[in-house]
Design a binder for this molecule. Sequence first.
Ligand SMILES: Nc1nc2c(ncn2[C@@H]2O[C@H](COP(=O)(O)OP(=O)(O)OP(=O)(O)O)[C@@H](O)[C@H]2O)c(=O)[nH]1
Length: 378
Amino acid sequence: MDNLWIWLVAAVVVIAAIAGIAFGVRASRSKSAEVEAPAGEPQVEAPKAAEPKAEAAKPAAPAVEVPEPVEGRLVRLRSRLARSNNALGKGLLALLASDKLDDDVWDEVEETLLTADVGIADTTAVVESLRERVKVLGTRDPEELRRLLKAELTAVLEPELDRSIATVSPSGEGPAVILMVGVNGSGKTTTCGRVARVLIAEDKTVLMGAADTFRAAAAEQLETWGSRVGAKVVRRDAGADPASVAFDAVKAGAEEGADVVLIDTAGRLQNKAGLMDELGKVKRVVEKQGPVAETLLVLDATTGQNGLQQAKVFGEVCDVTGIVLTKLDGSAKGGIVIAVQRQLGVPVKLVGLGEGPDDLAPFEVGAFVDAIVDGAES
Ligand SMILES: Nc1nc2c(ncn2[C@@H]2O[C@H](COP(=O)(O)OP(=O)(O)OP(=O)(O)O)[C@@H](O)[C@H]2O)c(=O)[nH]1
């Protein structure tokens, strides 16, 4: 009997020990699972051993961005324009509000416009017309003076010019080809990427050609811009003939039915004859497949008079149809918009007001003048 009790107790102890070990293992498993799951994230079930490995290793497809709508961009970026050109509007309004509007004051108005790079001919035109109207109306009311100043600036900015970006080929067939030209560092590659976003926001299909084969990083930079919005980029090795890359890009664009092909070219100094000839060749070769729809000259607004000289030389080499003024957010010389339009006889179509992907805005005369004159108050 005693032996039976001893056997019974021993059996209970053994069963309890086995149950304890099993429970311990389960508890520690679930604990380690808890530790592995990042805080705040839902716990994901561990993949079953039978699942194929390749599936787990597959990289996630990059998300395609939806660019910001184009309409109203300049209004959104107005504060940057007003901030960089605060002195211009403020200075002009302060002068017009002087007790006595005599010759000295008008000389100062002229000086302020010239300092903002408005250019001699337009400065003279604005001052003469403003002076005449103030005299005829006999007004000294600040609101009336503000209105007159805005009207004069608007008039020299030629609001009637067509500032749209061509998205149809002049031949009516194949993609509209847009060439991006300018000196080194003016922002051509960035502008190519940002124009692609502008066009994609307007439901166009875009392909880009990396014909800047001179700067090794330019093609990669362009590919990054393209991949963000799902636009294909045609590129070749560094040092390849830019004209042949441009040709291939236009061909690929035609084959794929793209609406627009944007060609990024290498930055060139306007006084380097060889490079300028090369640019002419890019254009000629592209035109074997059809006329170029648009040649956009990308100018850095901070370069002032030098930018005007660039505009002149590029205008002679490649028939510029529109100007993109970049870095206006960093320039107090917003008057360059007026001067460069006058110099080339073609409109400023786009302005860059920051380094963000959607900080490129269609140029609107009204919003620009408002930012410069009214921005002075903020
Ligand atoms: N603040 C500001 N920076 C800009 C703007 N547009 C371009 N940039 C900057 O200007 C720099 C030069 O731009 P890129 O696009 O590389 O110039 P690029 O003309 O292609 O240069 P190259 O290939 O050397 O001729 C970059 O750091 C851009 O982010 C703008 O509107 N505002």
